[in-house]
Design a protein around this ligand. Structure first.
Ligand SMILES: C[S@@+](CC[C@H](N)C(=O)[O-])C[C@H]1O[C@@H](n2cnc3c(N)ncnc32)[C@H](O)[C@@H]1O
Length: 236
């Protein structure tokens, strides 16, 4: 086992990195429940899909939605980003529809190889049960509705929700064509004044960056809400 994965070392790294992030976050947004953020972060301290500033930004975006908000996430994997979003929501009616085939399928070559390695290590062919177990462990299951489906098929089956979603977070297939298709399929779901956010803008996933740039130039988004790490969020 690599040194950084020793339990004691991992706990120390978590305390240092998360603590450092939280000191700034508590000053910037004293109105948010950062103890709740820390609870989720502690549960996911082995997670390597996002940095604390990125996870904190998702938590903040969710907390800034109205009570009983409806959220769609495309690409949930084991549910880490989904839990940070769910933890920020308020109201008994708040829901997050977590769209994923839960099979790590990707048309993006590098990602496909990464998923293959991960599934071999897991000894499983789906992350759905891990997703459910994470939500259950954090007491957040009532807020999550996994939608086990390809993204574009889900956009068709959920079509009745167009125009009613407060926040859409896209983190699915990172190829240019897939990201472009996701934007086209999911933008109509966002309410006027709602938010559409993306992971991996400006990252090595150049197809994601290109697809988002084209939409900016085409005037798809009304304004930028914020940027944290490689997450960018727009008001619609
Ligand atoms: C980068 S991971 C998501 C990570 C997660 N958002 C997080 O930060 O914890 C991408 C996910 O997108 C899913 N995915 C890829 N292409 C998809 C598609 N066409 N439809 C649905 N899910 C897809 C994969 O199964 C994978 O779980």
């Amino acid at each position: 086992m690599a040194f950084k994965h020793w339990p004691l070392v991992r706990d120390l790294r978590f305390a240092q990195k998360c603590g450092r992030y939280l000191r700034g976050a508590r000053k910037r947004r004293p109105d948010l429940d950062w103890d709740e953020f820390r609870r989720i972060a502690r549960h996911f301290k082995r997670d390597d899909m996002g940095s604390y500033p990125e996870r904190g930004f998702l938590f903040q975006l969710a907390a800034d939605t109205p009570a009983d908000a409806q959220v769609v996430e495309v690409g949930s994997w084991m549910g880490a980003s989904t839990c940070f979003l769910a933890a920020g929501l308020r109201g008994a009616g708040a829901r997050i529809f977590a769209v994923d085939n839960f099979q790590g399928l990707s048309t993006c070559g590098e990602d496909a190889a990464w998923y293959n390695r991960h599934f071999q290590a897991l000894g499983a062919n789906s992350t759905l049960e891990i997703f459910r177990a994470n939500f259950a462990a954090l007491g957040l299951s009532a807020r999550a509705e996994p939608v086990v489906s390809d993204s574009l098929a889900a956009a068709q089956s959920l079509a009745a929700k167009q125009g009613s979603i407060d926040l859409v977070f896209i983190d699915g297939d990172h190829s240019y064509a897939a990201c472009q298709a996701d934007i086209g399929a999911w933008a109509p779901f966002v309410k006027r004044g709602g938010v559409m956010a993306f992971h991996d803008f400006g990252s090595r996933a150049e197809g994601v960056t290109r697809a988002i740039f084209e939409e900016i130039k085409a005037g798809r988004f009304a304004e930028i809400v914020g940027v944290a790490g490689t997450i960018i969020a727009f008001r619609m």
